[in-house]
Design a protein around this ligand. Sequence first.
Ligand SMILES: Cc1cc2nc3c(=O)[nH]c(=O)nc-3n(C[C@H](O)[C@H](O)[C@H](O)COP(=O)(O)O)c2cc1C
Length: 270
Amino acid sequence: MNTDVIKKRKSVRTYKEEAIAEDIMDQVRSYLNQDKGLFDVPIDFILLDAEKNHVSSPVILGAHTYVAGKYKKQNNAELSFGYAFEKFILYATSLGLGTVWLAATIDRKSFEQAIDLKADEVMPVVTPLGYAAEKRSVREKLMRKGMKSDSRLPFESLFYKDTFDTPLRDEDENIWHFPLEMVRWAPSATNKQPWRVVVEKDQVHFYEKKTKGYEKDSYGDIQKVDVGIALSHFEIAAKEKGLKGSFVQSDPGIKTAEDTEYMATYVLEV
Ligand SMILES: Cc1cc2nc3c(=O)[nH]c(=O)nc-3n(C[C@H](O)[C@H](O)[C@H](O)COP(=O)(O)O)c2cc1C
């Protein structure tokens, strides 16, 4: 996995009617069987056929295949889910397939029935899989405009140095600059970009800035899933830059706003 796919990935809601080539489907199947989550929380993926399994989304045109993901309710499940599902999304992108994270705009009951979701499990999202159509539907164009999907918040509103009092500027020399830029371009629910990051010399702390009303029983704390996505982008980019490290959870006690919660730290191996 490399950062070219991070830069290339965009949500796809309008698909060609064309079936996915069988050798590509084989690669998808074998990836899904070996995919691993984060912090020892396993994530399950289920391939669905839109017609046979009677699943659909009102914002998707032309897709015949979906992938649903689920976890058992437990500590860190959302982070692990975001991390693992985004790695799959990037893998699918590398195979030339279009995807889009869908939490809200799906026929949720049908999907949950199709994957036989149990009471102690959560299915935060599904994605269609297929080849992107040449042109986006009118509805998709309007959605992208409404959510400003082609832009992201500026570097200095998301990332900080040592404390939340010192914004990290885009032009500042910093070994973390590239991995953070790759975090900046991550997808998030309604493009809210809830990740906040405080960098230190050899540690990078990730936080969730919560938007009121975003947590639902049906799909859990979706903004924690967004932070899991950010962790995967960060790790892929750090690795590409030759940085070696791993994620731990050890709250550094940095003063945060009330709506901001500590999630995880990337520790550089020295
Ligand atoms: C956790 C999550 C949930 C999302 N849920 C939906 C959804 O229900 N419907 C939808 O059309 N897009 C959904 N999206 C896609 C976002 O709107 C999209 O990623 C964002 O606008 C940025 O656009 P981009 O992915 O093209 O960069 C979701 C994205 C994430 C990460």
